[in-house]
Ligand binder design. Structure first.
Ligand code: HEC
Ligand code: HEC
Length: 269
């Protein structure tokens, strides 16, 4: 709670509207637990924090021929940094002294302070341990991609992310938009149209404004909760991400996601 009080305070200052009593958050993840850490654990699972940083949050090795990159040991980060510094790293794609790489901060820029505070409470609930990982290095191919703009740092992605995309479609669709922007947008693009594949030659990701309206609501819930797509298909990375992350969405949240994407598709006709 320590963090939450002041995070909410900070958001109020930024919006300059709380004193007028009108700035209730537009939408936040369903609250299944009154415990911050338990709520944060579910939200971190949905957002992929625990997927990329490892179940114990101690970081995993992503190094390959492109260079050295570890997802950070968040238990060590939490021990070193204040709540405010952690929020800043998560939402700006920078840490004190340098830009982050491979951290999808551009989809976390609109997370509400209460959800961020819960995620931080969850990180702080984990025992501090494991190694401090090496700093990233960039091999020749990656340096080329940085030069021609096909590879971007997390801070650059934040700078280029349009805050108004995907569009706001009113209070009824607020929860769906909130979740979609912080999850689906990572792979399907902020506009949900499929985005650019992470590396040249990768399979393009489907346009959700085409795919989702074609889904029966029950089939969509099945995809989100079991990874099995309509017609009983395994769909690679999507099946994996559903089983590891979206299985943690409530039925209400899944329906909000579906409702938002269907409304978005309708609004574009
Ligand atoms: C797609 C994988 C991915 C996801 C999802 C992800 N991260 Fe990261 N994150 C990374 C990588 C990679 C780094 C290391 C970046 C570096 O060292 O430049 C990182 C770095 C960080 C850092 C900086 C820590 C430090 O001390 O350097 C924080 C804090 C962080 N992530 C928190 C989170 C939280 C909280 C979430 C969920 C809301 C999250 N991350 C989701 C990949 C991910
Ligand atoms: C980690 C990346 C990733 C994330 C996050 C992600 N997707 Fe996907 N999604 C994919 C990929 C890759 C495919 C293509 C899978 C294939 O056909 O092999 C896909 C395919 C799909 C399909 C088409 C399934 C079919 O019938 O073929 C739907 C619908 C879908 N995603 C919905 C979503 C929704 C909704 C979200 C957010 C809640 C989401 N995805 C988040 C990677 C992702």
């Amino acid at each position: 709670m320590r963090g939450m009080a002041w995070l909410v305070g900070a958001a109020c200052l930024a919006l300059a509207a709380c004193s007028a009593g009108e700035a209730a958050p537009t939408a936040v993840f369903d609250r299944l637990s009154i415990e911050d850490a338990a709520h944060g654990e579910r939200v971190a699972a949905v957002l992929g924090c625990s997927g990329c940083h490892g179940k114990d949050l101690r970081g995993t090795d992503w190094s390959d021929e492109l260079g050295v990159l570890w997802t950070a040991n968040l238990t060590r980060s939490a021990a070193q940094h204040s709540d405010a510094e952690l929020v800043a790293m998560i939402t700006t794609g920078r840490k004190p002294g340098r830009e982050l790489h491979g951290m999808p901060s551009h989809i976390f820029t609109q997370l509400e302070p209460v959800d961020l505070a819960a995620i931080i409470a969850f990180i702080r609930s984990k025992p501090v341990g494991g190694d401090v990982h090496p700093e990233p290095t960039f091999g020749p191919e990656l340096q080329e991609m940085m030069k021609d703009g096909t590879y971007k740092s997390s801070a650059r992605e934040v700078a280029e992310a349009d805050a108004s995309v995907p569009p706001v479609l009113g209070p009824q669709r607020a929860l769906g938009r909130y979740i979609v922007r912080a999850t689906c947008a990572e792979c399907h693009g902020l506009d949900l149209k499929g985005g650019t594949p992470p590396f040249p030659g990768d399979k393009p990701r489907p346009d959700l404004t085409m795919m989702v309206p074609a889904y029966e609501p029950a089939d969509f819930t099945k995809l989100m909760h079991s990874g099995i797509a309509a017609g009983n298909r395994e769909v690679g990375l999507m099946s994996e991400v559903a089983r590891s992350r979206f299985v943690n969405l409530t039925d209400d949240e899944v329906e909000a996601v579906r409702g938002y994407i269907v409304a978005l598709a309708g609004s574009e006709k």
